[in-house]
Design a protein around this ligand. Structure first.
Ligand code: AHG
Ligand code: MN
Ligand code: MN
Length: 336
């Protein structure tokens, strides 16, 4: 029987799920599968560090050092080190874009066919207050020949070229959600077993919703179109929900229906969020789940990136709500 006709049951382990999905592509070499497993492994380590983070200061008071003899470091630095190490050891990735590194990271795996863009720890201002945080990643196939370092052209591909994307939410439970362009699946971590299990098969997002998520502290500098859209949300008595961890806000809205927006503001005239490792991966996931992501004028994934840390405004979530936000912005342009 053809394995792609079989829906994998809830409770399937992530490893098995990845393996079975690979069988749908008879010529797949297994490298992308291995890359996803590398990320999952790093995720487990980062999850452990996060769970202990409340103890770091206490451990620090005793002059604690880790097994390498390094001083305790901030969690976003730790997460960055863990993901880079896992991807370097895996061998499938030639180059990494990380929020934590200004320059491209060459892994030394010049035969690696893939490029990864990653936000190792998203929502870092929430670490100290014990609120959900996350990791976001995106995978591209390199366009330059193998055998040498990855190039800028390999790293600046539009989101439509993504071959996989995902996020991890370190919340009341830890979940990994990912897509390879064939639907979205979510896995919940069972810490005592050290395994992710399929818990949310084939996630679809509601076409509309009643949640809007935005940092309204910046509303004085929102454009008239954004303000009009938010007025509409309030008139309809939507719930305002904003955690301040993009992954957590996105995840809730994905499951419940809603819209997350981070528009241009006086402080961040191009928006705050980063195209390559925040907006594009979540755009791929939301589209695969039936939703939409836009910079207000056009589909996020069609933006041609100019720089690997570039920012862009984002309107992401339920399709109808994103379309309404885009219409409000278009009306503002027409008025001008
Ligand atoms: P990071 O921790 O990776 O720098 O990302 C923080 C981002 C995102 O998670 C969140 O939605 C947004 O910043 C919050 O920004 P404001 O504090 O401006 O609302
Ligand atoms: Mn982030
Ligand atoms: Mn971050």
């Amino acid at each position: 029987m053809n394995s792609d006709k079989l829906a994998l049951p809830v409770g399937t382990t992530l490893d098995r799920f990845i393996m079975r999905k690979q069988e749908d592509f008879p010529y797949a070499t297994g490298e992308l599968s291995q890359l996803l497993r590398d990320i999952a492994l790093a995720t487990k380590i980062v999850n452990r560090e996060i769970n202990r983070s409340g103890l770091i200061d206490i451990a620090g008071a005793y002059g604690n050092r880790n097994v390498q003899g390094e001083d305790q470091q901030k969690l976003d630095v730790i997460a960055n080190i863990r993901f880079i190490r896992a991807l370097r050891n895996g061998g499938e990735v030639c180059t990494i874009i990380s929020e934590e590194d200004d320059e491209l990271i060459q892994t030394g795996n010049n035969q690696g066919k893939y490029v990864v863009a990653i936000d190792p720890l998203d929502g870092s201002s929430n670490i100290d207050v014990n609120v959900s945080i996350g990791t976001i990643f995106s995978v591209y196939r390199r366009v330059s020949p193998t055998g040498r370092e990855g190039t800028v052209a390999d790293c600046l591909q539009p989101g439509t070229h993504q071959v996989a994307a995902g996020y991890v939410i370190y919340g009341s439970s830890t979940m990994l959600v990912y897509t390879t362009g064939n639907g979205v699946n979510g896995f919940t971590y069972e810490p005592s077993l050290g395994e992710f299990f399929l818990s949310h098969p084939d996630i679809t997002t509601p076409a509309t919703g009643t949640i809007y998520s935005v940092n309204e502290g910046s509303s004085e500098s929102f454009s008239s179109g954004v303000t009009a859209f938010l007025q509409h949300c309030k008139k309809e008595a939507f719930s305002g929900r904003y955690i301040g961890s993009l992954v957590a806000d996105f995840h809730r809205n994905l499951l419940k229906g809603g819209i997350y927006l981070y528009p241009a503001t006086a402080k961040n005239p191009k928006g705050k969020l980063r195209l390559m490792y925040e907006c594009n991966p979540l755009a791929f996931i939301v589209e695969q789940a039936g939703g939409r992501s836009s910079n207000g004028q056009r589909r996020t994934m069609e933006i041609e990136p100019q720089a690997h840390h570039e920012r862009c405004p984002v309107f992401i979530g339920s399709k109808d709500l994103v379309l309404q936000a885009e219409a409000a912005l278009a009306a503002e342009t027409n008025e001008a």
